[in-house]
Design a protein around this ligand. Structure first.
Ligand code: ARG
Length: 273
């Protein structure tokens, strides 16, 4: 149940450009409040018994706080990110360098992919988003590197531009597990795939999705999610999970939430709960 995460303090956080529909560079952002909200999340993980590593923020990279996009790490193997937008391109090498320096087996990507934003480990399989950010070709690259089947899911709504804004993995053990998701973010075929794989999934409402409630972090029992996602919290509790709400309103202005701020580091020998 104890996890290892990588986070990046939002020292240079800002909304200076708009690369998703949530970002409005003309709206005020309280950078100090963003740091305070992030710090609460960081301390919460530690209170929950998780280990949190930190990467130094880089000036001029305001979205670097969204560590989930920095790479995908499974069995100690690191698949580097290659960002779609020029504004974020330099984050890829910054994260890959951190992993190289810390002794991981690093692999630079040949295709555009935004790390765990679009590649979510769900037991033996990787659920992978495409259509808005990560290229379909990156799914094959990830499958080859990690030796796990990758299930391609087509994202169709620009508000849910990363898979982790539309779906959250709640539990995974072997090929079983459960997720919560918002069907409206997916193509009809991908909705059918999700129904087949997860007949017992929690279906999020449009309201929960719009507060980025699905941008949540589960350790198999406790689920850290935006406090605005009240219906989702109730649905989780009714299924035996423990919702842990956090206020991430400033980070939401960049289109982010708790999961965006959290890159899971999965070591070679780790057994996932
Ligand atoms: N402003 C960032 C972007 O649009 C937000 C990234 C959020 N990260 C995530 N894992 N969904 O790229």
């Amino acid at each position: 149940m104890s996890r290892r995460y990588l986070m990046c303090r939002p020292t240079y956080f800002a909304v200076d450009y708009a690369i998703n529909p949530w970002m409005d560079p003309t709206a005020p952002v309280d950078a100090e409040r963003a740091v305070a909200q992030w710090t609460t999340l960081y301390e919460l993980y530690r209170e929950l018994g998780h280990t949190v590593e930190l990467i130094d923020p880089v000036p001029g990279l305001p979205d670097m706080v969204f560590a989930a996009n920095g790479a995908t790490v499974v069995d100690g193997r690191v698949y580097g990110a290659q960002f779609r937008h020029p504004e974020r391109v330099d984050e890829g090498p910054a994260y890959l360098e951190w992993f190289a320096r810390n002794g991981f087996d690093v692999h630079a990507a040949k295709n555009v992919n935004e790390g765990e934003g679009d590649l979510l480990l769900a037991g033996q399989v990787i659920l992978a988003g495409t259509g808005l950010r990560t290229e379909h070709a990156a799914h094959a690259e990830a499958q080859e590197l990690f030796g796990r089947p990758v299930v391609t899911l087509q994202l169709v709504d620009p508000r849910y531009y990363h898979l982790d804004t539309a779906l959250t993995v709640l539990t995974h053990a072997g090929t079983a597990g459960n997720v919560a998701y918002y069907p409206g973010a997916f193509s009809p075929g991908s909705q059918e795939v999700l129904r087949r794989l997860y007949p017992d999934a929690i279906i999020a409402t449009a309201e929960d999705a719009a507060v980025l409630g699905l941008n949540a972090v589960s350790d198999g029992h406790r689920v850290v999610l935006p406090s605005a996602a009240t219906r989702l919290a109730a649905a989780l509790a009714s299924k035996g999970f423990q919702p842990v709400p956090v206020d991430v309103s400033e980070l939401h202005k960049a289109g982010g939430g708790p999961k965006c701020c959290t890159l899971e580091i999965r070591g070679r020998m780790e057994v996932q709960g």
